[in-house]
Structures are given as structure tokens and as C-alpha cells.
Write a protein that binds this ligand. Structure first.
Ligand SMILES: [Zn+2]
Length: 143
């Protein structure tokens, strides 16, 4: 895919979608970061589920977020998962702006591991792995 930044090599374990999560992955392919929101009670969650965990409503839909957030916690990985993977790399739990209490596990990219800190402002950085799979990574937010 021309012009796409790649941070991770092919051959890495890749997420699988199912009936509940496919719309979320389709939004990701359009570079839209979303969470599932319950129309009945307002509860937000990831990953998407068939029923609201708070009020058991089936009235759920995806709502788009800003793509910004902050590092809730993180770890630095020093052993590669795939043969040609660069190490160390950072796995972080991101607290998402606009979705209180919803946290997402992803990678931090374009940052030295020693510069990562809890509370660091970040923004989504889309990685198009293939025509069918786009993964939201995160990078340091400007300002
Ligand atoms: Zn609900």
C-alpha cells in the first residue's frame, strides 16, 4: 500500500475479527478509531460485545473518537516475536479521550522506549498491514 508507514513486519501474529468486532475493524480500515456505546445507558466499551455489560441492552453502536489519549501503563519488550522484528518495542495501555474508563492495548511507535512515561499524551497512528487489516498504533501527540 503506497505511502503507508509500517512499523511491524509481516509475519507478526495478527488479530482476527468475528461478527461482533468486524465493524470495528472496518472502521479501523477507514482510519476511524471507535468504541462501542450503549444507546440505553451510555456505557462505552472495547472490544465490542453483543449486549451491554451494564444494562443488558442490545441497542449498541460504534461511536468515533478523536484518536487521542494518554499512556495509562506500558512495558518494553526486548525479545522479538517475529524473526525480523526490531526490538525493543513498547506495548502500552492507552486511556482513550472521549471514552472514560475505556483502555486499549497497542504499541507506541516513533518514540524511544526511555522517553515513554505514564500520562504521556498520544494520538493514533494507523498501520495498514494489508488491504483487509489496519491496526491502530499510537505515537506521542504534538503539544
Ligand atoms: Zn447499557
Amino acid at each position: 500500500m503506497a505511502g503507508t508507514t509500517r512499523w511491524f513486519p509481516d509475519g507478526m501474529p495478527q488479530p482476527l475479527s468475528d461478527k461482533e468486532t468486524l465493524p470495528w475493524w472496518e472502521a479501523a480500515s477507514r482510519h476511524e478509531l471507535t468504541v462501542q456505546r450503549c444507546d440505553a445507558c451510555g456505557h462505552m466499551r472495547l472490544p465490542p460485545a453483543p449486549v451491554c455489560g451494564e444494562c443488558q441492552s442490545f441497542d449498541l453502536h460504534l461511536t468515533q473518537l478523536s484518536g487521542r489519549g494518554e499512556v495509562y501503563t506500558y512495558t518494553i519488550v526486548h525479545r522479538p516475536i517475529a524473526m525480523d522484528q526490531q526490538v525493543p518495542f513498547v506495548i502500552a495501555v492507552i486511556e482513550l479521550e472521549g471514552a472514560p474508563g475505556v483502555r486499549m492495548i497497542s504499541n507506541l511507535v516513533d518514540i524511544a522506549p526511555e522517553e515513554v512515561a505514564i500520562g504521556l499524551p498520544v494520538e493514533v497512528a494507523w498501520e495498514d498491514m494489508s488491504d483487509d487489516l489496519t491496526i491502530p498504533r499510537f505515537r506521542r501527540a504534538d503539544g
